[in-house]
Write a protein that binds this ligand. Structure first.
Ligand code: PGA
Length: 247
């Protein structure tokens, strides 16, 4: 069976309590969205977001610590995300890898912690522009997948997001052929590493917007999107959800 499609919004360090009105708008406009919808707001907003999201929209975190609890000032454990109402957590986003020095091993440890807490881990991979220009894209993605996916990963507890670093927040996107090439590689690479590899959702992320969503969702092995800027407003995220439901 084809994987259930997933439209995931990553609010990053944007939004406040007033911004939860965007979730209300999505719930009102898409009571039965036709695909899975997830919003990952800043951690402080997870609990109130869940109270507003109802059953139509899932809520997730943007990071968690690899340990279950302990002396880690400022960090959040996977079980705490879960307790607040999250069902998913984004891990290894390129902004975390760049700003916080997260390595593939860090990401794998965090994903294992997420799984242990009953969260779905959305593991992000992606090449820099210099790596693409050097012809290293497929090797980089393969190595990140190999290093970032923990033992015990399954189609039920793991989603992979391909996010070229140079496409994030820039308005630039790869060609459909470039996305197709990476997604085909990812599907192949998951065989033997993840139980039910064919069922793992593979998201594309990086400057997805209403105008390019349908074209991206038509690409083989693209099972949804991880959306940053265009997830902040229901007026933008809504049409992306609708395009995915129709794909
Ligand atoms: P963007 O961000 O949609 O604003 O490019 C995507 C992401 O970083 O997840």
């Amino acid at each position: 069976m084809a994987p259930r499609k997933l439209a995931a919004g990553n609010w990053k360090m944007n939004g406040d309590l007033a911004a939860l009105a965007e979730i209300d708008a999505l719930v009102a406009d898409y009571p039965a969205p036709g695909c899975e919808v997830l919003i990952c707001p800043p951690a402080l907003l997870i609990h109130p977001a869940k109270a507003r999201a109802g059953d139509a929209i899932a809520i997730g975190g943007q990071d968690c610590h690899a340990d279950a609890s302990g002396a880690h000032t400022g960090d959040i454990a996977a079980a705490q995300l879960r307790d607040a109402g999250a069902t998913h957590v984004i891990l290894g986003h390129s902004e975390r890898r760049a700003d916080h020095g997260e390595t593939d091993a860090t990401v794998a440890a965090k994903a294992a912690a997420a799984h242990a807490a009953g969260l779905v881990a959305i593991i992000c991979v992606g090449e820099t522009e210099a790596q693409r220009d050097a012809g290293e894209t497929l090797a980089v993605i393969a190595a990140q997948l190999d290093g970032s996916i923990p033992d015990g990963a399954t189609a039920a507890n793991t989603v992979i997001a391909y996010e070229p670093v140079w496409a994030i927040g820039t308005g630039r996107t790869p060609t459909t052929d470039q996305i197709a090439e990476v997604h085909a590689l990812m599907r192949e690479r998951l065989e033997g590493k993840v139980a039910d590899a064919a069922g793992v959702r593979l998201l594309y992320g990086g400057s997805v917007k209403p105008a390019n969503a349908a074209e991206i969702f038509a690409i083989p092995h693209v099972d949804g999107a991880l959306v940053g800027g265009a997830s902040l407003k229901a007026a933008d995220f809504g049409p992306i959800i609708a395009a995915l439901a129709e794909a």
